[in-house]
Write a protein that binds this ligand. Structure first.
Ligand code: ATP
Length: 312
């Protein structure tokens, strides 16, 4: 299998701020690698290094075997970038925006024209092509941005939070487009704060927190890390919170999460129904009253909350 990109022990410091602290990560051709993490985790910095927008402080990064620091021009010919740092000009038309990107990319005017029309069609923007972008909806802008990033047929596409702020329907439309791009052979690095987005799209997920990878694997592998199941237990009284947590710690794999508003405790367990019984017994014997109890397989939300919490 061909390796599309790789980071080895990459650090990035901005003065005293350690944005990245020893990131090692790679993706094979045709994969969607999902980078999941809260605000400020370091996701965009990883994208910026791989797309040659910033240099690592130390470590090594390459795209198709090409060193991003030593030969950024060759790397740029292989990649496309869309998302948070979209270079869309509000006061140009959709057509002009894509055309300009093509010319900047170094394509001839004839080639750029042909490709611009193709992309406008592919992203259902032909009818709006002559309209100035500040009349576009959020979804149209994202499609335009994505279209422009594909002008040079990139082998790797970096999508930095491509669906942030979009409504659910528009988000689903973009997911379909992303899935089609991968079918056509593009490798994608996708950063997201949406767990269901990583679950739906990514073949492999790295969870980033405070500049480090705190977990990686397929969505299933990550869910399995927490044990097979999760018990959700709602208490009747907030006053029982501390006692309940200390009692439950005796059988849980990780400390339980407690939501002060819903009074719900999320408890990762290894042996579903058996552990559920044990939880009831333990809480009963401590005279803690239960409002509601359920057992479910962990979601990426559970994984994310547990792992990012245990690393703060
Ligand atoms: P978000 O989801 O909010 O975009 P992120 O995971 O993409 O977050 P980064 O943008 O990579 O996070 O930022 C990582 C850390 O580095 C943060 O603490 C941020 O404040 C810091 N940082 C990023 N760029 C700079 C910069 N140019 N100068 C100083 N600090 C920076």
């Amino acid at each position: 299998m061909t390796e599309a990109f790789k980071l080895s022990n990459v650090t990035k410091h901005y003065g005293d701020i350690k944005a990245l602290e020893g990131i090692t990560l790679s993706a094979n051709e045709g994969q969607i690698l999902g980078l999941l993490g809260p605000n400020g985790a370091g996701k965009t910095t990883i994208v910026k290094i791989l797309s040659t927008l910033t240099k690592p402080t130390s470590g090594h990064a390459e795209v198709y075997g090409i060193n991003v620091v030593k030969d950024p021009d060759s790397v740029r010919r292989l990649i496309g970038l869309a998302g948070q740092y979209a270079a869309i000009d509000e006061f140009q038309t959709g057509y002009e925006n894509i055309y300009m990107t093509g010319r900047l990319y170094g394509l001839s005017s004839q080639e750029t024209k042909k490709r611009t029309l193709e992309l406008l069609d592919q992203f259902s923007l032909t009818d709006a092509a002559k309209r100035i972008v500040n009349t576009y909806s959020g979804g149209m802008r994202r499609r335009l941005d994505l279209g422009a990033s594909l002008i040079g047929h990139p082998k790797i596409l970096f999508l930095d939070e491509p669906t942030t702020g979009l409504d659910p329907k528009t988000r689903l439309d973009l997911w379909k487009i992303i899935q089609q791009l991968v079918k056509d052979g593009t490798t994608i690095l996708l950063t997201t704060q949406y767990l269901e987005e990583a679950d739906e799209l990514a073949n492999f997920i790295a969870i980033v927190n405070h500049g480090k990878i705190v977990a990686e694997g397929t969505a299933d592998q990550l869910k399995n890390r927490l044990g097979n199941d999760v018990v959700e237990c709602q208490l009747q009284n907030i006053k029982d919170k501390d006692l309940a947590i200390s009692v439950i710690k005796k059988i849980a794999k990780y400390p339980p999460e407690f939501n002060d508003t819903s009074l719900k405790m999320t408890i990762p367990v290894n042996h579903g129904a058996k552990d559920l019984m044990k939880i009831v017994e333990l809480l009963n014997s401590s005279k803690i009253l239960i409002e509601e109890l359920s057992l479910h397989r962990p979601s990426l939300d559970d994984v994310f909350l547990t792992l990012t919490k245990s690393n703060t």
